[in-house]
Design a protein around this ligand. Structure first.
Ligand code: PMV
Length: 357
């Protein structure tokens, strides 16, 4: 598939109105995407677990109009939201080549998240994938000629243009994005990981500990740019290729100890890149470190396979096999909740991807 293949060439312009609705999840990267080229092309491959309960639900009602500009309104959790409009406007501008009908309709976009607003959880992956899927269903209403994989590939392709990691939220349970030698993949869209997955990784759990619910200190747009001219960039990008290849073998063998090593090292490397860029940032908070140390102590005392990963922020994703669910939640409640803002955490697990509602 090339970019040209995603351009919609003809469509039925007699359709006056309709509505579509999707629920789309967030995802958590195991091998991290950090650094991009022009056009949201990643500098290195990444792989993520699709989440199950952290989702955005978006409905788009479309009505034919005459004027030739983009026309839309965004309602977030029932209230008209002006703050989201510039992001959607930019998104429409980026994708209009591929969806020439965007100027023909007025779109009423109603969106809400299952996780609390300003929880510090990135909503761009679930939000951008949900809107991309709605636009794809509209495209399908106007053009019924779609072939098998096209829908998901183009939805992911569009989501990527909204926010890179959003392209990994269309399908489950593991999704790879970015060309590499060990898995089937593309730079243009996320691809469901088709390698073997050992039962140890089935229904893997993710408890998201909300250490800092504030605005992100560094936006990911700024963050990715820090990899330009970064002294360790080349080494980091090649490390991501190696880690993905190793992870593929680990997913097949079920080696949980090896999984823990790669996942934690990836999280710390992401933060190390931010600490060693110019300008430099520390995105962890004291409580992030407290939690990491507690996780390490618990792991060695209980011969557990619990581990952590981090996004570009202070919150901690605690990952563990389903078999350890009861004990780990006891540990979280007794020892980790104290480090969460207002004692707040979210219980999630691996999911199967977006759903049309
Ligand atoms: O999708 P973006 O541009 O917000 O980048 C997100 C990057 C990380 O969350 C830090 C890592 C990843 O691969 O999801």
């Amino acid at each position: 598939m090339t970019e040209q293949d995603f351009i919609l060439k003809t469509y039925n312009s007699n359709i006056k109105s309709g509505s579509v609705k999707w629920s789309s999840p967030s995802n958590i990267a195991l091998v991290k995407y950090w650094g991009k080229k022009e056009n949201q092309i990643p500098e290195n491959p990444s792989i993520s677990f699709t989440l199950s309960d952290c989702k955005t639900i978006t409905e788009v009602i479309y009505t034919k109009k005459k004027s030739n500009d983009f026309s839309f309104d965004v309602f977030f959790e029932g209230k008209k939201n002006e703050a989201f409009k510039p992001k959607i406007q930019t998104f429409f501008e980026r994708i209009e080549t591929y969806m020439p009908f965007l100027r023909d309709y007025y779109f009423k976009i109603e969106t809400s998240n299952t996780f609390p607003h300003s929880s510090g959880i990135a909503s761009s992956a679930s939000g951008m994938s949900a809107i991309a899927l709605c636009l794809m269903s509209i495209e399908e209403d106007l053009d019924t000629d779609h072939i098998d994989d096209y829908f998901n590939q183009k939805a992911s392709f569009l989501a990527r243009l909204g926010s890179g990691s959003a392209c990994r939220s269309i399908e489950g349970e593991l999704v790879v994005w970015g060309k590499n030698e060990s898995t089937e993949s593309s730079d243009l869209f996320g691809v469901k990981f088709e390698g073997e997955v050992h039962p140890n990784f089935k229904e893997y759990q993710d408890a998201i500990l909300l250490v800092d619910k504030g605005e992100k200190q560094v936006s990911s747009t700024v963050g990715h740019k820090l990899m330009f001219g970064h002294p360790f960039a080349k080494e980091r990008f090649s490390q991501a290729h190696n880690n993905l290849a190793e992870l593929k073998a680990i997913l097949a063998s079920g080696d949980l100890k090896a999984f823990v090593k790669i996942v934690e090292s990836e999280a710390l490397t992401l933060h190390a890149m931010m600490m060693t860029s110019m300008p430099y940032f520390i995105l962890m908070k004291p409580n992030t470190l407290e939690i990491i140390n507690k996780i390490w102590a618990y792991r060695s005392e209980n011969d557990s396979n619990i581990c952590f990963t981090l996004d570009a922020g202070a919150n901690v994703h605690v990952l563990f096999p389903k078999a350890e669910k009861e004990q780990v939640y006891e540990f979280i409640k007794s020892e980790l909740v104290a480090y969460c803002q207002n004692g707040h955490y979210i219980c999630d697990s691996i999911g199967k991807g977006a759903k049309r509602l």
